[in-house]
Design a protein around this ligand. Structure first.
Ligand code: ASP
Length: 331
């Protein structure tokens, strides 16, 4: 990243136009609940349209979307690509491993070169927190940046597809008890979900994790913290499991996988503590037998594959809303 750039607090003015419309999508932090519902309402329209008809809504026709993934991804990259294609965009996936980034080109020089190829939108995943914000700050003003995951900071489209799935299954957020279980400390998904759930007025947001995997200051984010799984699962409507983010982990923090499963793994037996109609979610990739038992992942409570499918509609919603704002219209 730029040697002098320090990712600081993200002012709302960085993501929104003066009229309050999306210009970039970098984080769910501070976004008003009405805007979050707008995203979900628009996703609802896309999700009910067969793929063929979605192609008739070419909000991005003539636009070029560039996927810049500096870190591995399956679901996010592919669903962004499908979403952009369905909206009529030209999509390019820059393979960072074979790009000139490996020859010492700076991130900003890479961005400048892609701008020269008439990019309209960058979808960015990077191991460093703040990278999408950095690109948004220094790229040409007509370009929009979507954060597809930056370090342990944020993953806003994942959080929105999760909110959308919860709304589809449960309706109103106000009466719900929702818990996020596992490695909260290293998870960008957990942070983005907590901001979105609290903005949407969720009845109770819990995290369930060992003390070593709870970040300092989490209590100030309006969540209740449980270190015991059985206590935390009581009466829940929604359980969100997280993978241990080993790539960001100091091994000293880590119990063995078997020990973790014994203490925090979701099994049918332990889920008996939740409401009978509670749903189980996971952003993927799942590690079977570590944070979730196969019977739960593939069982009737699981909505994990629906989350994946919803990722397309939600990403279509965000991209089409951004293009509407950028054109000055109300698309
Ligand atoms: N796919 C999610 C992310 O990129 C969750 C994970 O990797 O565990 O953050």
């Amino acid at each position: 990243m730029h040697p002098h750039f320090k990712p600081g607090p993200l002012p709302l003015s960085m993501q929104l136009t003066p009229e309050g419309k999306l210009k970039h999508f970098l984080s769910t932090e501070g976004l008003p609940h009405l805007l979050l519902h707008d995203i979900m309402d628009r996703a609802e329209q896309f999700v009910t349209l067969p793929a063929k008809q979605q192609k008739k809504a070419p909000f991005l026709r003539g636009k070029t979307v560039m996927n810049l993934f500096f870190e591995n991804s399956t679901r996010t990259r592919v669903t962004f690509e499908i979403a952009a294609q369905r909206l009529g965009a030209d999509v390019t996936n820059l393979d960072i491993r074979t790009s000139s980034a490996t020859k010492g080109e700076t991130l900003l020089d890479t961005v400048r070169n892609l701008e020269a190829m008439n990019a309209d939108m960058f979808v960015v995943r990077h191991e460093h927190a703040g990278t999408a914000q950095f690109i948004a700050r220094y790229c040409a003003p007509h370009i929009s940046v979507l954060n597809a995951g930056d370090g342990r900071h944020a993953h806003p489209t994942q959080a929105m597809l999760d909110m959308f799935t919860i709304r589809q299954k449960k309706g109103d957020f106000a009466p719900l008890k929702v818990a996020i279980v596992g490695d909260i400390l290293h998870s960008r998904v957990a942070r983005s979900q907590i901001h979105a759930l609290t903005s949407l007025g969720t009845g109770e947001v819990r995290v369930i994790a060992p003390k070593t995997l709870v970040p300092a200051g989490l209590d100030k984010m309006g969540v209740n913290i449980f270190n015991n799984l059985d206590e935390g699962l009581k009466d829940l409507d929604v359980v969100i499991a997280l993978r241990q983010q080993r790539e960001r982990m100091d091994s000293a923090l880590l119990p063995s996988e078997q020990e973790f499963f014994k203490l925090y793994g979701l099994t049918d037996k332990r889920l008996e503590a939740t409401k009978p109609d509670a749903i189980v979610m996971h952003p993927g990739p799942i590690n079977r037998g570590v944070e979730i038992d196969s019977r739960v992942a593939d069982g009737s409570r699981s909505v994990i594959m629906e989350q994946v499918t919803n990722g397309i509609a939600v990403r279509m919603a965000v991209m089409s809303m951004i293009m509407g704002s950028m054109a000055g219209g109300a698309a």
